[in-house]
Design a protein around this ligand. Structure first.
Ligand SMILES: *[C@@H]1O[C@H](CO)[C@@H](O)[C@H](O)[C@H]1NC(C)=O
Ligand SMILES: *[C@@H]1O[C@H](CO)[C@@H](O)[C@H](O)[C@H]1NC(C)=O
Ligand SMILES: *[C@@H]1O[C@H](CO)[C@@H](O)[C@H](O)[C@H]1NC(C)=O
Ligand SMILES: *[C@@H]1O[C@H](CO)[C@@H](O)[C@H](O)[C@H]1NC(C)=O
Ligand SMILES: *[C@@H]1O[C@H](CO)[C@@H](O)[C@H](O)[C@H]1NC(C)=O
Ligand SMILES: *[C@@H]1O[C@H](CO)[C@@H](O)[C@H](O)[C@H]1NC(C)=O
Ligand SMILES: *[C@@H]1O[C@H](CO)[C@@H](O)[C@H](O)[C@H]1NC(C)=O
Ligand SMILES: *[C@@H]1O[C@H](CO)[C@@H](O)[C@H](O)[C@H]1NC(C)=O
Ligand SMILES: *[C@@H]1O[C@H](CO)[C@@H](O)[C@H](O)[C@H]1NC(C)=O
Ligand SMILES: *[C@@H]1O[C@H](CO)[C@@H](O)[C@H](O)[C@H]1NC(C)=O
Ligand SMILES: *[C@@H]1O[C@H](CO)[C@@H](O)[C@H](O)[C@H]1NC(C)=O
Length: 364
């Protein structure tokens, strides 16, 4: 199996009102080993057969008799939709619905968790209720297809640690609660963040974390800059570079920006004055060069200032620490080690915790 061929994992930890349409890139799919079911070498494991029977038990409508062959006493490796490994473990469960057929309806049994060797799961086109959390526990999964299916329950963050997952298809999947709020795709080997994601309603997205994926392209070309609902944006160790787009200055609900460890290739020239909700900005080791005066002048200036934390270490910053600090009333942690900044420290009574050029000077 050529793992390198299929790298993308797009993981949406979400629940959505109405129609969630998630687009995943059409990558070439290499299916897991298709050991012929019932090769005669081994029959299925009893506890896995029982798990499948429990799954069948949860299905209330099977209009086309897809599960008719699922009967105790029979080798479950020979049931329709099932493929076993040489060792008799169920590795594939394919209950995709042929176009036009009515869906399977029912509850997804937690018994599926017993199928520890499952690599391929296709429930596309069906109408199943359940806690999608269980998918996050099927750690051997390489392929998960829930496209055009309907679900009760949200996609859990645990999908993020399905480290073998090569293919996730959630196109036209509908989940029946809440709105899409969180996308966390930390360390998922995403190849880029510059592809637009059509057909996906992200107007309620609050929390986006794409940290620890090597993108290496320009930060301005990322797809999320027009999503003004975002409150927390984490892009640590993504190696995004170039100028931040002006759109950042319009994301007025932002509370936290984490943009550390990005290889000193970005520049921050955006005016953040209107980001009145902003509390923290961490940009350590990410700017190619910068002037502390200019950076401080761009920080939020709102009557009720929430901004209290600035971390900009290892950024090759120059300039003189200016008096403008006095105007940033809420700011009480400024962390600037390993830069070339000079200037007068704020007096002790300002209550500012300041570290500059490696020295930490604590007040308060
Ligand atoms: C069936 O099993 C035999 C020996 O265990 C193996 O050589 C053969 O490739 C298998 N056939 C298929 C189609 O997997
Ligand atoms: C759907 O599942 C059947 C087996 O139940 C399989 O023969 C068919 O190839 C599958 N179709 C797709 C598109 O995966
Ligand atoms: C997922 O299933 C749908 C419907 O069976 C199919 O059209 C689609 O190609 C599948 N996606 C992948 C990635 O195989
Ligand atoms: C998706 O589901 C809808 C409604 O069940 C159906 O009309 C449509 O044909 C399905 N599309 C695919 C590609 O399976
Ligand atoms: C899986 O992900 C969850 C939530 O992101 C996390 O709490 C848990 O520790 C992870 N488990 C493993 C085995 O990595
Ligand atoms: C997106 O979802 C919101 C609710 O979160 C809804 O009001 C809006 O109409 C949806 N937009 C589209 C294009 O479906
Ligand atoms: C996205 O970035 C990759 C490099 O990571 C680049 O090869 C590709 O051309 C970019 N695509 C677009 C649409 O900008
Ligand atoms: C962001 O821009 C893209 C491409 O122009 C568009 O498809 C999408 O609907 C926009 N998203 C929001 C939340 O405005
Ligand atoms: C630091 O910034 C200067 C320009 O101000 C630039 O010439 C130099 O290459 C930068 N050094 C590093 C290590 O990025
Ligand atoms: C100091 O910052 C520069 C980038 O400006 C970085 O290359 C270097 O590794 C940093 N030094 C330390 C000790 O972290
Ligand atoms: C930093 O910016 C200020 C204000 O634009 C400017 O007066 C100063 O000369 C700059 N310092 C350096 C070292 O570029």
């Amino acid at each position: 199996m050529q793992r390198a061929a299929a790298k993308l994992l797009l993981l949406i930890t979400a629940a959505v009102v109405g129609s969630l349409s998630v687009f995943t890139h059409a990558l070439q799919l290499q299916r897991p080993h298709e050991t012929a079911a019932g090769n005669g070498t081994t029959s299925c494991r009893p506890h896995e057969r029982d798990a499948l029977l429990a799954f069948k038990h949860g299905i209330t409508k099977d209009p086309y008799g897809l599960l008719t062959s699922w009967r105790s006493g029979k080798d479950c490796c020979q049931w329709s939709g099932i493929t076993c490994s040489r060792h008799g473990h169920v590795v594939k469960l394919d209950l995709n619905r042929t176009l036009g057929d009515p869906p399977l309806v029912g509850q997804i049994s937690l018994s599926l968790l017993s199928l520890e060797h499952l690599e391929y799961l296709d429930l596309s086109g069906n109408f199943l209720q359940g806690l999608p959390h269980l998918f996050g526990s099927l750690t051997k999964l390489e392929y998960l297809n829930l496209s055009n299916s309907s679900f009760f329950g949200s996609m859990p963050p645990q999908l993020g640690n399905l480290s073998n997952l090569r293919y996730l298809d959630l196109i036209r999947m509908q989940t029946l609660i809440l709105t899409l709020k969180h996308i966390r795709l930390v360390g998922c080997s995403l190849p880029s963040a510059n592809q637009s994601i059509p057909r996906m309603n992200l107007t309620a997205l609050e929390d986006l974390d794409l940290s620890q994926n090597y993108f290496g392209h320009s930060v301005a070309s990322c797809w999320f800059w027009n999503i003004t609902s975002i409150k927390s944006l984490s892009l640590v160790s993504t190696y995004l570079g170039g100028r931040f787009p002006d759109a950042l200055g319009e994301m007025v609900l932002l509370q936290h920006i984490e943009f550390g460890k990005n290889g000193n290739a970005a520049t921050m020239a955006v005016d953040l004055k209107n980001l009145c909700e902003l509390e923290t900005l961490s940009i350590d080791g990410s700017l190619s060069s910068s002037n502390i005066t200019e950076l401080l002048e761009k920080l939020p200036r709102c009557s009720a200032s929430n901004f209290f934390f600035l971390s900009s270490a290892d950024n090759n910053m120059t300039g003189v620490l200016p008096n403008v600090i006095d105007q940033l009333t809420g700011l009480n942690v400024i962390y600037l080690p390993n830069n070339s900044i000079s200037g007068v420290m704020p007096p002790e009574d300002t209550g500012v915790n300041l570290a500059v050029n490696g020295e930490r000077i604590g007040h308060k």
